[in-house]
Design a protein around this ligand. Sequence first.
Ligand SMILES: Cc1cc2nc3c(=O)[nH]c(=O)nc-3n(C[C@H](O)[C@H](O)[C@H](O)COP(=O)(O)O)c2cc1C
Length: 361
Amino acid sequence: MMEFGERYRVVLFGTSHGPEVGVEIHGIPPGHDVDVGAIQHELDRRRPVGRRLATKRQEEDRLVIDRGVVNGRTDGGPFRAHVANEDVQRAAYDRMRDLPRPGHADYPARVRYGPEADLSGGGIFSGRMTVGLVIAGALARQLLAPIGVDLVGFTRSIGAVDASIDPSLALGEIRRRASANEVACPDLSSALRMEEEIATARRSGDSVGGVVEVHIDGVPVGLGEPFFDSIEGDIAHAVFAIPAVKAIEFGVGFGAARMRGSEHNDPFCYENGRIRTTSNHAGGILGGLASGMPIVYRVAVKPTSSIARPQQTVNLATHEPAELVVTGRHDPCIVPRAVVVVENVGAMVLADLAYRGGFLS
Ligand SMILES: Cc1cc2nc3c(=O)[nH]c(=O)nc-3n(C[C@H](O)[C@H](O)[C@H](O)COP(=O)(O)O)c2cc1C
């Protein structure tokens, strides 16, 4: 089952080259205003349109709400929404039917589901499935906004180019700067070098990966379920549903392993009527629960597997070695389009934990 969550339960449906992709959400109480334009805005951020350096697959991604909203408000029943798949080109995938792409899901998916499975465009392993995650997250952030939760994601690095970000930047300012360029990076000089990094990879028939970073403000202290459903555990679980995600770290992450306790511990202080810490190496999470400091996580996105260079594979019908030249339309770098997905998945997880912990009702 393509399902996540207990109290804000998200079920994905559809496939890359089927009629539609979308999401069903169970557990939303009745009477919440739904800003359809805000959900559409998040879907528009996910689209490659306007990005010179992205896939040429052109989809309108017009949001259709099938049920769960009456007169602009949730009706207490399951919410269901989808977008149509319009720009479908099966021929490219028919040619590669017996030739699994190195680095893509083709080979294990074919073994698991058999030759009848519709793996055109990657099937259920396509980046297109993230439409449902974005809808679920966009609605979740509307439910979380009244308790003060706000999130922003951005590109931290692409290939060898690292952004330099002032840690004191307000979320709104990060959002404004990141939305002003093609690679969703708030550091404008690095953004230009990132664009060049992608263009260089593409020119040589290759692809490039990078890191997405998310900052979340306003998460109530204590949110998170003890032991297995810690904030880290649930965010990691959901983030790994995003195709091409290979690693996640919270706060200083792997850097913690090289620090002393005296350096890593975030000292507490009392400021403006609330307890906070003077640093945030923990990334806003202690014991799996929100500490009240911004939640910060970074996600590694691999270089797109479908590259234009000839690659070595095996013909699944004959078991003969074969050379594969991948056709179809592919992103030379997934990172800028993954930003909105990684960010909205954070909102989806926090909504579930907020309902479970009684922070939302
Ligand atoms: C927004 C988005 C767009 C993607 N676009 C492509 C693409 O154009 N070509 C491709 O080969 N993979 C693309 N992917 C990644 C593949 O779906 C993914 O690598 C594949 O399913 C194998 O899964 P894994 O990388 O998690 O092992 C995209 C992923 C996302 C999140």
